[in-house]
Design a protein around this ligand. Sequence first.
Ligand code: P53
Length: 472
Amino acid sequence: MGFKKDFLWGGATAANQCEGAIDVDGRGLANVDVVPLGKDRLPIITGKMKHLAFDEEHFYPAKVGIDFYHRYKEDIALFAEMGFKTFRLSIAWSRIFPNGDETTPNEEGLKFYEEMFKECKKYGIEPLVTITHFDCPIHLIKEYGGWRNKKMVEFYQNLVTAIAKRYKGLVKYWLTFNEINMILHAPFMGAGIVFEEGENEEEVKYQAAHHELVASAEATRILHEVDPENKVGCMMAAGDYYAYECKPEDVFESMKENRHNLSLIDIQARGYYPNYLLKEFEQKGLNIEITEEDKKVLKAHTVDFISFSYYASRVARAEKEELTAGNIFESVKNPHLEASEWGWQIDPLGFRITLNTLWDRYQKPLFVVENGLGAVDTPDENGYVADDYRIDYMARHIEAMRDAVEKDGVELWGYTSWGCIDLVSAGTGEMKKRYGFIYVDRDNEGNGTLARSKKKSFYWYKNVIATNGEDV
Ligand code: P53
């Protein structure tokens, strides 16, 4: 027996990477709107370069995205044709609270997602909702400094209360923060953080992370209170670190890297700070404010399930050299693996290993909410994309996932592949780094008709779902 009968197959997106329509129906400006394509993107998303408004010299892919805001009905119909059981999307905070600190939500924003959820339900598709996927209203960054400020917890609770009440009965599966550990790598994207000259960046990041952790626990409380049927998950960018060699120094390094990556999930899953992290704060002299009340909240409202993205495994080595290129997550190159065109190391067995690590560590149900291959697609003269490379990547990963379930006994609720329809890359802002089963006619510079067409993988994934992952 492989996947359970009601396994949730589907695909995943995020508001800022597909919706566009950033200034309609009362939506406020968000951090993710003003991150441009090009060489300034990395310093901006990592909080090193302050950039909180549009200018003439950059191109801003989020302005239009793939125009999902206006085309979601057509797109959801295509997802339904593939047989999706679930669709992961995120709510743009600034559609609901344009500035973030209002007390009354924007009705047009609430209405938009309500319609979208109803559209999903029409086809029997269960929405899987990320409350925050790298977005933060710009006003909250300018006025409060983003998640470095504890007031954010309150604003986030207002958001959660509004959507929990409004979408009761329409949405059952919720994720609090997308890739919460991304805050340690790309803090502007993860937490609206822009560093000030000379400040202790690690302290700022962990303080912001602490606020998100408390907010996540409060969200779990609210969602459970509003509807005991709600299932609330955390979400991390996963991928185990291997030791480069079997020498103890490399093994120790890999243990440290894995802990670094898992630390915030340890807290969301278990309800308390792990000793190794508290010791690290102490040794580095990081002064993180954690109140007794915070500790109670964290303890009382742990998550129901663990969700994660998996694209690649990583390697740790005591002597650091030969880092892979173009990644937010730095890793030593693994000589045994091939990499994608963007340098992400392809490792299906690593997926099985990571699934086992998370299951063994937390003993909570898992949900794979991102996986896939970012690649350049070249349509033929008829506009058709024969993406065998993507099919190959996904087939091998789905097989590895099946082994984790069937042979290792991992409890897994579902699988949503990343960017089921082509969308803007979070890391690079490119359109040409595509993940979809559905091709979108748009290029890096914004040329194209935005028309949708089915790739070869569309038909392949349809069959995967129809056979419940048996025939890949
Ligand atoms: P892109 C880096 C490493 C792992 C996951 O990424 C990451 C990133 C950010 O680049 O993000 C997740 O688009 C994220 C999605 C993102 C996806 O991975 O850079 O949750 O928003 O699009 C793929 O190829």
